[in-house]
Design a binder for this molecule. Structure first.
Ligand code: MRU
Length: 356
């Protein structure tokens, strides 16, 4: 078992690293039972790690992708000459490993932008992106925490979250879960309700592990208990991450997020998305164009390797859904706080006035 790197207050534990020509990642499939690192030495291994969710979470797969292109650039440099077309072919494979989170294609494109400078330039860019991810998440976390406190009662909060948006899903700090940890550090968290997040249990396996590590009180619930918890007054705010944000504020995130937003709207509970700017897709006017990854039926018909459905059962297994902006109180990035619901309401009123 690999010992976990230690963290200091301002030097958080990294979930991805560059090490002697390879990419080191925390193997998220092994948690919570075992903390182990994977050493990815080839593009095939890296693509497989992304597809199998050893590395997962929109920012983390983007960073892994950028480091993967650097790895390819070094592999394809011989006697000082870099074979650009070979690297671009690897980059295309990496970028298409998972379709929904825009961070992956964005990160690969960004490092390809410096390919002309050689393998070291690509690596420098990828390493700069790791540092940037920490800085932008810090900024988004601080703004989101302030916003949550401005929208919620003046007492320790009951927060509901979905999937895993913590340090494992980013370079080191997390987005929505980073915000929860920040609120806890400010003494403002009574309890976190963690959706288990079927079928791959990112909430049950990873978010609980991170909350325990941070010393934040939590209880785990099955996904279908979340709306009931809201109805019973057990939730003050919902905080989630994002995989792709369209221009109008529609947000793709882990399957189940849309249902949470409907329940939160029904009960007047603030529903807040925290994500880096790199999760915004300026090419998509709204969420209808977001490609939703469909994963294997096996993930639904089996739990931890044991069949829970008759042999041959088919399954519908979208990994993500799209939450319309009108159900989102705020999308907080390092740069700004968007209020898609309020904007749409205002535009609706203006249009109604115009058409009268
Ligand atoms: O399939 P996953 O586990 O990669 O899905 C992850 C999510 O949906 C997260 O909420 C999202 O990527 C944000 S991570 C900061």
């Amino acid at each position: 078992m690999t010992p976990e790197p230690t963290a200091t207050a301002r030097s958080p534990r990294p979930s991805l690293q560059w090490s002697d020509g390879a990419v080191l990642v925390v193997d998220q499939r092994a948690l919570p039972h075992e903390y182990r690192q994977l050493r990815l030495e080839t593009v095939d291994q890296l693509v497989d790690a992304v597809r199998s969710l050893a590395v997962r979470g929109a920012p983390a797969i983007g960073l892994a992708g950028a480091l993967g292109v650097a790895m390819s650039a070094f592999r394809h440099t011989r006697t000082g000459r870099l074979d650009e077309s070979a690297v671009r072919a690897d980059a295309a494979r990496i970028a298409s490993a998972r379709p929904t989170a825009v961070n992956l294609a964005w990160a690969v494109e960004r490092v390809l932008g410096v390919l002309g400078g050689g393998a070291q330039a690509v690596l420098d860019e990828a390493l700069a992106m790791l540092d940037e991810d920490i800085a932008v998440n810090r900024a988004a976390i601080d703004q989101a925490a302030d916003l949550v406190l401005s929208l919620t009662p003046d007492r320790p909060l009951r927060i509901l979250t979905h999937c895993n948006t913590g340090r494992l899903a980013t370079a080191a700090l997390g987005t929505a879960l980073g915000t929860i940890v920040e609120l806890a550090e400010r003494g403002r968290v009574e309890e976190v309700l963690v959706d288990e997040t079927r079928p791959l249990l990112q909430g049950a396996r990873l978010t609980t592990w991170e909350l325990a590590e941070a010393g934040v009180p939590y209880r785990l619930c099955v996904d279908s208990a979340a709306p009931a918890a809201m109805a019973r007054g057990l939730v003050d705010v919902v905080l989630v991450g994002a995989d792709r944000i369209a221009v109008n504020g529609d947000v793709a995130n882990k399957i189940g997020t849309y249902g949470l937003s409907v329940a939160a709207a029904r009960h007047g509970i603030p529903f807040i998305v925290v994500a880096p700017e790199s999760t915004r897709d300026p090419a998509l006017p709204d969420g209808s164009g977001i490609v939703i990854e469909e994963r294997s039926a096996h993930e639904v018909t089996h739990v931890a390797g044991t069949a829970v459905a008759p042999a041959g059962a088919g399954a519908y297994n979208p990994a993500f859904d799209v939450t319309p902006g009108e159900l989102i109180t705020a999308v907080v990035t390092e740069k700004e706080t968007m209020r898609p619901a309020a904007t749409r309401q205002r535009l609706g009123t203006e249009l109604a006035r115009f058409s009268r």
